[in-house]
Design a binder for this molecule. Structure first.
Ligand code: 13P
Length: 246
């Protein structure tokens, strides 16, 4: 059985007052699915101190353990603040900061060294989908962003079609199934069946309470990476419950 994970990516949202949402998630988080909140880095330590059944993660890390990198955070620092996961290669970082697959892989190695689990994001743009290139793009991103040494304990893969993020547009369940099956078979080819069949693969992009159960029923969908609908417990808890029930 693969572990199931409902992960909330708060992006650049939330100050201390937002941490009240964590209390309201505790009941939903006591079910079988793992529940993770990735708040802005400024809140990780405070969030970790009151996390209860929730895991806390970062949204990015540097490749180096320490050094002259003004404004950056190392994986070790995230871990020290109480994080157990880190999101890497999110399409917003790939777009806003020019992050390449090779950099994402280097960051993942740094995360593993610090004892964090990497959530490595892949996903096609609308142009790429309309050009029939979705699986080629996902295949290339996976091959170059996921380092050798990937295991079910140190890595989660998140499929986030760029055109579905924050847009309210969601792929059909058949489209999600096609990409998730492709990701699973690519991971099996590279890492072998026993490792790859245990790696959680999340779907992300406009997940909300109303579509969560349908998405979680798709083969090889082991949870979700949720942006907007993770900011309020009243929106996120029903998504967690849908995963608990899936
Ligand atoms: P939305 O759920 O707001 O579409 O964002 C998805 C996402 O980017 C999670 O990382």
């Amino acid at each position: 059985m693969r572990r199931k994970l409902a992960a909330g990516n708060w992006k650049m949202n939330g100050v201390t007052a937002a941490l009240g949402e964590l209390d309201a998630l505790q009941e939903a988080a006591s079910g079988p699915a793992d529940v993770l909140i990735c708040p802005p880095a400024t809140l990780i330590a405070t969030a970790s101190a009151k996390a209860g059944d929730l895991a806390i993660g970062g949204q990015d890390c540097h490749t180096a353990r320490s050094g002259a990198h003004t404004g950056d955070l190392s994986a070790e620092m995230l871990k020290d603040a109480g994080a157990t996961y880190v999101i890497l290669g999110h399409s917003e970082r790939r777009a806003d900061h020019g992050e390449t697959d090779a950099l994402v892989a280097e960051k993942s190695r740094a995360a593993w060294s610090a004892g964090l689990t990497s959530i490595i994001c892949v996903g096609e743009t609308l142009d790429e989908r309309e050009g029939g290139k979705t699986l080629d793009i996902i295949g290339m991103q996976l091959a170059a962003s996921v380092p050798d040494g990937c295991t079910a304990e140190n890595t989660v893969v998140a499929y986030e079609p760029v055109w579905a993020i924050g847009t309210g547009k969601v792929p059909t369940t058949a489209q999600i199934a096609e990409v998730h099956a492709f990701i699973r078979s690519s991971l099996i080819q590279r890492f072998g069946n026993s490792v790859a069949s245990a790696i959680p693969v999340l779907y992300g992009g406009s997940v909300k309470a109303a579509n969560a159960a349908e998405i979680f029923a798709v083969d090889d969908v082991d949870g979700a990476l949720v942006g907007g609908a993770s900011l309020k417990a009243s929106d996120f808890a029903p998504i967690v419950r849908a995963l608990n029930a899936a």
